[in-house]
Design a protein around this ligand. Structure first.
Ligand code: SF4
Ligand code: FE
Length: 483
C-alpha cells in the first residue's frame, strides 16, 4: 500500500469502533465531533504533507525493512541525518497546525522498543525483536498512526508498582495464557490516543524483581475490547460548540488527551515486546523519554514560530511595530525559540547507533533540550501577551461582533491602524489567546512543562549524564592537584 492520503486516514479512523466518553456521554462518532475533530485534523497533516513533493525528504524515508517509502512517523532512524530530519519535520508540522499533531509518540515508542527488544533478546533469548519488527512492518506497510502509552496513574509516588494499595495503579499482567496475556490498568494524559490505529504500551518507571507483572510492553489496535478512553477537557473547549470561528482562535487544529483504561485486555504473544524482564523497563523508559525530549525541540519551536508571528502581527495592527521595546521583545522571543531548536538539532547531530543499529539521540543534550522547553515557552507566551495587550482577553464575542447593532460599535472602537480591519485584529488576538490560555495552551504550555516527563525527570537524567567526575578531573589537571 502506498502512503495513505489524509482523507483515507480520516476514513480509516472513522471505521474503528472505539469506546470514547466525553462530558458524561459516549461519543458515537468522534471523527465528526466538533470538539474532537480539530485534533484529528492535526494528525491528518502528517499524511497530507507527506503527499507533497516539496516535503517528501522531510516527511518520508525509505524503510530498510520494507524497501519502500514510508511516512517518517513510522520510520526507524538509520543515521544522525534521520534524527535531524525528524526535528525539522516536527517544526514544520508545528508551524502548519500550531497544535500537537500527536503522531510523534508512536515514532518515539517505535525507536525505543526497537533497540530495547534487541538487547532484551540478547540477554534472555526471547523473541521480542522479531515480533516487534513484524508489527513495525505492518504499521509501515499500512501507514498507521500509533500511540505510545507510557504514563501510569502511579498512585502513591513513594511506593513501587507492586506495593500500591490498589495493584492496578500501574498497568499489569493479570492473567498468563498459552496464547498471550491479559492486562489491566490505565495510562493517563494519552496524547493522540483517540486518533491512533494502534497503541504501544510501555512501562513508566525502572522496576525491581518484585514488579515482574508490571514490566510489560505490547501493541494492540485501539478498538480492542476492554479499552476505554475518557477525553480530557481543555480550557475553552466548548467554544468549539458555539459555531464561532473567531472566538476559537485556531478553528481547524488542536490536540487531544485521554485517560485510557485497559480493563482485562487480551494481548496475543506476537504483540508482546517485554514481559517480566524487569531490568529492561528502565532502558525502555529512558530511551522513549529521550526521543520525546528531542521531539519537543521541533514541535514546540514550530508552534513558537506561529506565536511570534502572531505577536508581530498584533504589534503591526496596533501601530506599535516600530517601537524599540516591541522589536526587542520579538528578538527575545526568537532567541528563546531558536535556542530550543538548537538543542533539538544538537542532540540529533550528536546521536549514535544502538546495538540494534538504529540511531538514538545524545541523551544529555535531549534532556537539556526538554529542560529548556519547561521554561522558554512560558517566557515566549508572556512576551506575546505583553505585545498583544489586554484586548486578547477582554474582546467581545464573535456573536456580538456579528450583531447588527453591536457590531458597528465594536468595529469602530476596537480598531487599531486604519489599514487593518477590526476583524483581522481580533482574529490574531484570539489566536494568541488560544495558544496562551485556550485549548492550545495544553500543548504549548502545560505539556511543555510535564509532557515527556516533568522538569525534575530531566534533572535526574542531567545529573546522571553530566559526568561530574570528568569535569573534576579537568579542574584538577589545571590546578596541578595530584591525589
Ligand atoms: Fe509530537 Fe510535540 Fe505532540 Fe509530543 S507534544 S506528540 S512531540 S507534537
Ligand atoms: Fe507530548
Amino acid at each position: 500500500m502506498p502512503l495513505m492520503t489524509g482523507e483515507a486516514y480520516i476514513e480509516s479512523i472513522r471505521r474503528m469502533k472505539m469506546n470514547v466518553y466525553m462530558f458524561g456521554k459516549k461519543v458515537a462518532c468522534p471523527v465528526e465531533d466538533p470538539i474532537l475533530r480539530p485534533s484529528l485534523n492535526s494528525v491528518r497533516m502528517t499524511y497530507d504533507l507527506a503527499q507533497l513533493p516539496e516535503y517528501q525528504d522531510l516527511m518520508t524515508a525509505i524503510s530498510p525493512y520494507t524497501g519502500k517509502r514510508v511516512n517518517r512517523f513510522t520510520h526507524i532512524h538509520q543515521s544522525t541525518e534521520d534524527l535531524v530530519k525528524k526535528v525539522k519535520m516536527q517544526r514544520l508540522l508545528g508551524q502548519k497546525t500550531a497544535a500537537c499533531f500527536q503522531r510523534c509518540v508512536g515514532m518515539d515508542a517505535f525507536n525505543a522498543v526497537f533497540s530495547t527488544t534487541f538487547e532484551t533478546d540478547r540477554k534472555h533469548g526471547t523473541g521480542y525483536h522479531e515480533a516487534f519488527k513484524r508489527f513495525m512492518c505492518y504499521v509501515q506497510e499500512n501507514d498507521l498512526t500509533v500511540d505510545g502509552a507510557m504514563t501510569d496513574p502511579k498512585g502513591d509516588r513513594s511506593k513501587a508498582p507492586h506495593a500500591q494499595s490498589d495493584p492496578d495503579l500501574f498497568l499489569r499482567v493479570v492473567e498468563r495464557r498459552a496464547d498471550g496475556v491479559v492486562v489491566r490498568g490505565a495510562k493517563v494524559h494519552q496524547t493522540g490516543v483517540l486518533n491512533s490505529h494502534e497503541v504501544i504500551v510501555m512501562p513508566t518507571i525502572a522496576m525491581g524483581p518484585e514488579d515482574k507483572d508490571y514490566a510489560i510492553s505490547f501493541a494492540v489496535p485501539m478498538d480492542t475490547p476492554g479499552i476505554t478512553m475518557i477525553i480530557g477537557r481543555q480550557s475553552c473547549d466548548t467554544r468549539k460548540l458555539e459555531h464561532t470561528e473567531m472566538d476559537v482562535g485556531n478553528a481547524e487544529f488542536g490536540g487531544v488527551e485521554a485517560l485510557t483504561v485497559f480493563h482485562d485486555v487480551f494481548v496475543p504473544n506476537d504483540r508482546i515486546f517485554l514481559n517480566g524482564e524487569t531490568e529492561f523497563a528502565g532502558m525502555l523508559v529512558e530511551r522513549f523519554a529521550g526521543y520525546h525530549r528531542q521531539s519537543y525541540g521541533g514541535c514546540k519551536v514550530g508552534v513558537g514560530d506561529v506565536l511570534i508571528g502572531a505577536a508581530a502581527l498584533a504589534a503591526d495592527y496596533n501601530g506599535a511595530a516600530k517601537a524599540s521595546h516591541i522589536k526587542d521583545k520579538l528578538i527575545e522571543m526568537t532567541h528563546l525559540n531558536e535556542t530550543l531548536y538548537a538543542c533539538g538539532i544538537a542532540c540529533s547531530a550528536e546521536g549514535h547507533p544502538t546495538e540494534s543499529g538504529n540511531y538514538i539521540i545524545d541523551l544529555l543534550l535531549a534532556n537539556v533540550c526538554k529542560q529548556n522547553v519547561t521554561r522558554f515557552p512560558y517566557e515566549i507566551v508572556r512576551l506575546a501577551e505583553d505585545i498583544a495587550g489586554g484586548l486578547m482577553v477582554t474582546a467581545p464575542s464573535e456573536a456580538d461582533f456579528r450583531d447588527e447593532t453591536l457590531g458597528p460599535i465594536i468595529d469602530k472602537y476596537l480598531k487599531g491602524v486604519a489599514a487593518v480591519s477590526t476583524e483581522n485584529r481580533l482574529r490574531i488576538l484570539r489566536l494568541i489567546e488560544n495558544l496562551a490560555l485556550g485549548t492550545a495552551a495544553v500543548g504549548y504550555r502545560t505539556e511543555s512543562l510535564h509532557g515527556a516527563g516533568s522538569p525534575q525527570a530531566q534533572r535526574v537524567m542531567i545529573a546522571r549524564q553530566g559526568n561530574l567526575e570528568h569535569k573534576k578531573s579537568l579542574a584538577k589537571a589545571l590546578a596541578h592537584i595530584k591525589d
